[in-house]
Design a protein around this ligand. Structure first.
Ligand code: ZN
Length: 261
Protein backbone atom coordinates (compact mmCIF):
# COMPACT_ATOMS: atom_id res chain seq x y z
CA UNK A 1 0.00 0.00 0.00
CA UNK A 2 1.21 3.50 -0.78
CA UNK A 3 1.63 6.28 1.80
CA UNK A 4 -1.48 8.45 1.76
CA UNK A 5 -0.54 12.12 1.78
CA UNK A 6 -2.96 15.02 2.12
CA UNK A 7 -1.54 18.36 0.97
CA UNK A 8 -3.38 21.20 2.71
CA UNK A 9 -3.23 24.46 0.79
CA UNK A 10 -4.38 27.79 2.14
CA UNK A 11 -5.04 28.74 -1.51
CA UNK A 12 -5.32 32.49 -0.95
CA UNK A 13 -2.25 34.00 -2.69
CA UNK A 14 -2.85 31.82 -5.76
CA UNK A 15 -6.34 33.30 -6.12
CA UNK A 16 -5.50 36.93 -5.32
CA UNK A 17 -1.95 37.56 -6.55
CA UNK A 18 -1.07 37.42 -10.27
CA UNK A 19 2.64 36.77 -9.67
CA UNK A 20 1.87 33.75 -7.50
CA UNK A 21 -0.73 32.42 -9.96
CA UNK A 22 1.88 32.64 -12.74
CA UNK A 23 4.50 30.71 -10.77
CA UNK A 24 1.92 28.18 -9.54
CA UNK A 25 -0.86 27.82 -12.15
CA UNK A 26 -1.85 24.56 -10.43
CA UNK A 27 -1.59 26.24 -7.00
CA UNK A 28 1.11 25.47 -4.44
CA UNK A 29 -0.73 22.45 -3.01
CA UNK A 30 -1.40 21.07 -6.51
CA UNK A 31 2.26 21.43 -7.49
CA UNK A 32 3.45 19.65 -4.34
CA UNK A 33 0.91 16.83 -4.75
CA UNK A 34 1.84 16.30 -8.41
CA UNK A 35 5.53 16.07 -7.50
CA UNK A 36 4.82 13.56 -4.73
CA UNK A 37 2.60 11.47 -7.00
CA UNK A 38 5.61 10.93 -9.28
CA UNK A 39 6.92 8.71 -6.47
CA UNK A 40 5.28 5.26 -6.77
CA UNK A 41 5.38 4.86 -2.97
CA UNK A 42 3.13 7.88 -2.42
CA UNK A 43 -0.50 8.76 -3.20
CA UNK A 44 -1.10 12.47 -2.65
CA UNK A 45 -4.39 14.37 -2.69
CA UNK A 46 -5.15 18.02 -1.98
CA UNK A 47 -7.61 19.94 0.17
CA UNK A 48 -7.88 23.67 0.85
CA UNK A 49 -8.92 26.17 3.49
CA UNK A 50 -12.05 26.95 1.47
CA UNK A 51 -13.35 23.36 1.54
CA UNK A 52 -15.96 22.37 4.13
CA UNK A 53 -14.10 21.76 7.40
CA UNK A 54 -11.04 23.03 5.47
CA UNK A 55 -11.08 19.62 3.73
CA UNK A 56 -9.96 17.97 6.96
CA UNK A 57 -13.04 15.98 7.93
CA UNK A 58 -12.64 13.19 10.46
CA UNK A 59 -12.87 10.73 7.56
CA UNK A 60 -10.13 12.49 5.57
CA UNK A 61 -7.84 12.69 8.61
CA UNK A 62 -8.40 8.99 9.29
CA UNK A 63 -7.30 8.27 5.70
CA UNK A 64 -4.20 10.50 5.94
CA UNK A 65 -0.83 8.99 6.82
CA UNK A 66 1.06 12.25 6.39
CA UNK A 67 -0.40 15.77 6.27
CA UNK A 68 1.49 18.59 4.53
CA UNK A 69 0.55 22.16 5.52
CA UNK A 70 1.20 25.36 3.56
CA UNK A 71 -0.40 28.54 4.95
CA UNK A 72 0.48 32.22 5.18
CA UNK A 73 -2.21 34.89 4.76
CA UNK A 74 -5.12 33.26 6.57
CA UNK A 75 -3.78 31.40 9.59
CA UNK A 76 -6.47 33.09 11.71
CA UNK A 77 -9.27 31.71 9.53
CA UNK A 78 -8.46 28.12 10.42
CA UNK A 79 -11.18 26.82 12.74
CA UNK A 80 -9.87 25.85 16.19
CA UNK A 81 -11.93 22.63 16.03
CA UNK A 82 -9.95 21.58 12.96
CA UNK A 83 -6.68 22.52 14.69
CA UNK A 84 -7.69 20.27 17.57
CA UNK A 85 -8.55 17.45 15.15
CA UNK A 86 -5.16 17.78 13.45
CA UNK A 87 -3.17 17.89 16.69
CA UNK A 88 -5.10 14.91 18.11
CA UNK A 89 -4.25 12.95 14.95
CA UNK A 90 -0.57 13.90 15.25
CA UNK A 91 -0.52 12.78 18.90
CA UNK A 92 -2.16 9.57 17.68
CA UNK A 93 0.57 8.94 15.09
CA UNK A 94 -0.22 10.93 11.92
CA UNK A 95 2.89 12.41 10.34
CA UNK A 96 2.89 16.11 9.51
CA UNK A 97 5.14 18.39 7.47
CA UNK A 98 4.93 22.16 7.93
CA UNK A 99 6.28 24.26 5.08
CA UNK A 100 7.74 27.76 5.07
CA UNK A 101 5.26 30.31 6.49
CA UNK A 102 3.37 27.50 8.23
CA UNK A 103 5.77 28.29 11.10
CA UNK A 104 2.99 30.66 12.21
CA UNK A 105 0.10 28.27 11.50
CA UNK A 106 -2.16 27.37 14.40
CA UNK A 107 -1.38 23.62 14.42
CA UNK A 108 2.40 24.19 14.29
CA UNK A 109 2.30 26.73 17.12
CA UNK A 110 0.07 24.41 19.16
CA UNK A 111 2.39 21.45 18.62
CA UNK A 112 5.52 23.49 19.38
CA UNK A 113 4.12 25.40 22.36
CA UNK A 114 6.38 28.31 21.47
CA UNK A 115 6.22 31.65 19.60
CA UNK A 116 7.75 30.17 16.39
CA UNK A 117 8.90 33.66 15.38
CA UNK A 118 11.86 34.57 13.21
CA UNK A 119 13.39 37.44 11.21
CA UNK A 120 12.58 37.76 7.51
CA UNK A 121 13.22 39.75 4.33
CA UNK A 122 11.58 39.41 0.91
CA UNK A 123 14.42 40.31 -1.45
CA UNK A 124 14.85 37.35 -3.79
CA UNK A 125 18.12 36.24 -2.21
CA UNK A 126 20.10 33.12 -2.92
CA UNK A 127 19.56 30.47 -0.23
CA UNK A 128 22.16 27.76 0.29
CA UNK A 129 20.97 24.76 2.30
CA UNK A 130 23.58 22.60 4.00
CA UNK A 131 22.85 19.06 5.07
CA UNK A 132 23.73 18.82 8.76
CA UNK A 133 22.70 15.18 9.28
CA UNK A 134 24.09 13.21 6.34
CA UNK A 135 22.70 9.82 7.36
CA UNK A 136 19.23 11.18 8.02
CA UNK A 137 16.47 9.60 5.86
CA UNK A 138 15.22 13.08 4.88
CA UNK A 139 18.64 13.88 3.38
CA UNK A 140 18.91 10.59 1.49
CA UNK A 141 20.25 11.06 -2.04
CA UNK A 142 20.98 14.75 -1.57
CA UNK A 143 24.27 16.55 -2.19
CA UNK A 144 26.13 18.09 0.79
CA UNK A 145 24.52 21.41 -0.10
CA UNK A 146 22.16 22.84 -2.68
CA UNK A 147 21.00 26.30 -3.69
CA UNK A 148 17.75 28.05 -4.42
CA UNK A 149 18.55 31.12 -6.53
CA UNK A 150 15.66 33.25 -5.29
CA UNK A 151 14.08 32.87 -1.88
CA UNK A 152 12.75 34.88 1.00
CA UNK A 153 15.18 35.14 3.91
CA UNK A 154 14.27 33.64 7.29
CA UNK A 155 16.82 34.33 10.01
CA UNK A 156 17.62 33.20 13.51
CA UNK A 157 16.62 33.26 16.26
CA UNK A 158 13.84 30.85 15.29
CA UNK A 159 11.51 30.67 18.29
CA UNK A 160 10.95 26.93 18.38
CA UNK A 161 11.93 24.27 20.93
CA UNK A 162 15.22 22.46 20.40
CA UNK A 163 14.46 19.80 17.73
CA UNK A 164 15.15 16.07 17.80
CA UNK A 165 17.48 16.60 14.85
CA UNK A 166 18.50 19.45 12.60
CA UNK A 167 18.64 18.11 9.06
CA UNK A 168 19.39 21.36 7.19
CA UNK A 169 20.69 24.81 7.94
CA UNK A 170 20.38 27.66 5.45
CA UNK A 171 22.70 30.51 4.57
CA UNK A 172 21.31 33.59 2.84
CA UNK A 173 23.02 36.08 0.60
CA UNK A 174 22.50 38.87 3.13
CA UNK A 175 24.48 36.91 5.75
CA UNK A 176 21.76 35.39 7.95
CA UNK A 177 21.53 31.70 8.80
CA UNK A 178 18.50 29.62 9.76
CA UNK A 179 17.75 26.09 10.98
CA UNK A 180 15.71 25.16 7.93
CA UNK A 181 14.96 21.44 8.40
CA UNK A 182 13.88 20.35 11.88
CA UNK A 183 12.35 17.13 13.20
CA UNK A 184 10.12 16.70 16.24
CA UNK A 185 8.09 13.95 17.87
CA UNK A 186 4.83 14.93 19.55
CA UNK A 187 2.89 12.04 21.06
CA UNK A 188 3.25 9.26 18.48
CA UNK A 189 3.49 11.70 15.56
CA UNK A 190 6.56 12.62 13.54
CA UNK A 191 6.83 16.30 12.61
CA UNK A 192 9.13 17.92 10.04
CA UNK A 193 9.47 21.65 9.48
CA UNK A 194 11.01 22.65 6.13
CA UNK A 195 11.75 26.31 5.51
CA UNK A 196 11.83 26.99 1.72
CA UNK A 197 8.71 27.79 -0.26
CA UNK A 198 7.92 31.50 -0.52
CA UNK A 199 4.88 31.90 -2.76
CA UNK A 200 6.37 34.23 -5.38
CA UNK A 201 9.36 31.97 -6.16
CA UNK A 202 9.39 28.62 -8.02
CA UNK A 203 10.75 26.63 -5.04
CA UNK A 204 8.28 23.73 -5.25
CA UNK A 205 9.21 23.17 -8.91
CA UNK A 206 12.81 22.47 -7.81
CA UNK A 207 13.77 18.80 -8.12
CA UNK A 208 15.92 18.78 -4.96
CA UNK A 209 13.14 20.37 -2.90
CA UNK A 210 10.73 17.76 -4.30
CA UNK A 211 13.19 15.04 -3.26
CA UNK A 212 13.30 16.45 0.28
CA UNK A 213 9.51 16.40 0.44
CA UNK A 214 9.17 12.77 -0.72
CA UNK A 215 11.96 11.73 1.68
CA UNK A 216 10.19 13.62 4.49
CA UNK A 217 6.88 11.91 3.75
CA UNK A 218 8.55 8.49 4.10
CA UNK A 219 10.32 9.55 7.30
CA UNK A 220 7.16 11.02 8.85
CA UNK A 221 4.97 8.03 8.00
CA UNK A 222 4.16 5.95 11.07
CA UNK A 223 2.77 2.58 9.86
CA UNK A 224 1.42 1.62 13.30
CA UNK A 225 -2.36 1.89 13.78
CA UNK A 226 -3.48 5.40 14.81
CA UNK A 227 -4.04 5.87 18.55
CA UNK A 228 -7.68 6.95 18.56
CA UNK A 229 -7.78 8.33 22.13
CA UNK A 230 -4.44 10.10 22.63
CA UNK A 231 -5.95 12.40 25.29
CA UNK A 232 -7.20 9.60 27.56
CA UNK A 233 -6.09 9.80 31.20
CA UNK A 234 -7.70 6.76 32.87
CA UNK A 235 -7.87 6.30 36.64
CA UNK A 236 -6.63 2.85 37.62
CA UNK A 237 -8.07 1.86 41.01
CA UNK A 238 -6.16 -0.25 43.55
CA UNK A 239 -8.28 -3.37 42.84
CA UNK A 240 -6.68 -3.65 39.38
CA UNK A 241 -3.13 -2.72 40.49
CA UNK A 242 -0.53 -5.26 39.36
CA UNK A 243 0.75 -5.73 42.93
CA UNK A 244 -1.36 -5.94 46.14
CA UNK A 245 -1.95 -2.48 47.56
CA UNK A 246 -3.42 -1.17 50.81
CA UNK A 247 -4.87 2.29 50.43
CA UNK A 248 -3.37 4.94 52.70
CA UNK A 249 -4.11 8.52 53.54
CA UNK A 250 -6.99 10.83 52.63
CA UNK A 251 -8.00 11.35 49.00
CA UNK A 252 -9.94 13.80 46.90
CA UNK A 253 -11.06 11.59 44.01
CA UNK A 254 -13.72 8.87 43.96
CA UNK A 255 -13.32 5.42 42.39
CA UNK A 256 -14.05 5.44 38.69
CA UNK A 257 -14.34 9.20 38.29
CA UNK A 258 -13.04 10.84 35.13
CA UNK A 259 -10.68 13.20 36.91
CA UNK A 260 -10.14 16.90 36.39
CA UNK A 261 -9.12 18.64 33.17
ZN1 ZN B 1 7.18 33.63 2.50
Amino acid sequence: MTIRVTVWGENVHEQKNKAVAEVYPNAIHGTIAAALNADPAITATTVTLQDAEHGLTAEKIAQTDVLIWWGHAAHGQVDDKIVERVTDAVWGGMGVIFLHSAHFSKPFKRLMGAPCNLTWREAGERERLWVTSRQHPIAQGLPDHFELETEEMYGEPFGVPEPLETVFISWFQGGEVFRSGLTYRRGAGNIFYFRPGHETYPTYHDATVQKVLSNAVKWAHNPAPRILNPNDAPNTSIDIALEPLVERGPRLHHDGEEGLR
